[in-house]
Design a protein around this ligand. Sequence first.
Ligand code: ADP
Length: 395
Amino acid sequence: MSKILVIDDRHRNLTSVRATLEDAIPDCLVIDAHSGKEGIELAGQKQPDVILLDVLMPEMDGYEVCKRLKTNDKTRHIHVILISAYETGTKNKVKGFSAGADAFLIRPIEKAELAAQITSMLRISHTEQQLKEALTKAEEAERLKSAFLATMSHEFRTPLNAIIGFSALLNEETPAIEMAAYGKTIHDNGHILLKLVEDLFDITLIETGDIKLKHEAVNIHSIVNEALEVAGQEKIMERKKHLAVKFNPGHAASELPLYSDQSRLKQILVNLIKNAVKFTANGMVEIGYKKEAWTGKQYVTFYVKDTGIGIAREHYDLIFEPFRQVDDTYSRPFQGAGVGLFISKKLAALLGGELWVESVPGNGSTFFLTLPLTSGPESKGSSQEDLSYSRRKIS
Ligand code: ADP
């Protein structure tokens, strides 16, 4: 809806301009201001697209109001049309344009001319808005591209260096026990590289909309067990054998008729579990699921809970953005490209569900994944809107 602010000290003028605008411009909101001072205040608060400003007003005339609007960061972008009450000479028009006005009209104004002038200003204003948004997007894309290249070269270089360095140590004289250890390091780092390439491929599929999802009967119990096996391997990789990993099935898996994509569901859970192990030094990681119902629909909610470093509330959104990490310095103690949660959240949405976090910094985090339960393979589950209710209820 277009917003137009009319600043005029005379009530009669306000009423007639309002009537003309409401008649000529569909879907517009007209705001009245009875003095220059009130107009400046309302312009800052309501951010209209166009201001129609009377020149002759007591206390502060239209030229002064225009000057103040155009020198204020909050209002300088708003288009101002000055309206003079009588035949105005070139000198006054120049004065108006010097004050920053975008157009000058003289009373009596034909209704059609006023409407045409406003429509043209609105068109310019909307085009400027679109340009501004496109510029912001381009700047953000440029920033992300640089961050992506920096992160990627760092993430590729670390395992590659390990592979090159350890393979250089292998020769005929290397004792068998060391050979086995170096071989394992090379193998593990090869997997890290492979995972990175797979993640990048997933991001491309998600961005281009080419991801193909299955809709198959899911054995929740075995999926969770497979994800737990990965947690065991991760504990070894992260040298955290002391970390307890618990499984808490809130319902028998047979009570949960889930039709989804098994491997993508496992991918999300594995991402969450790996993060839980990575960001927890001591204590435990717990994974569980339970059945829930809202507004007549049934859901399964998985959770992965840890007693790790936690996440501040102001970072809740950031961590689901691509290549973003709470600590994005090069000297950070944790490895990772910052894409796992981005991919997981996108996959959750594609599966008709939702992924979110609740956390207390210093005490740990819990990630929740809610998916709609379906009565059979035909039904594709609930919509995203239904789930926003479930999320509110849990949090
Ligand atoms: P990565 O782990 O590769 O950095 P993710 O997308 O999986 O990428 O996670 C993004 C960021 O979210 C992490 O870098 C970390 O800052 C934060 N994060 C994710 N999981 C946890 C967790 N369980 N505890 C604390 N912080 C977490």
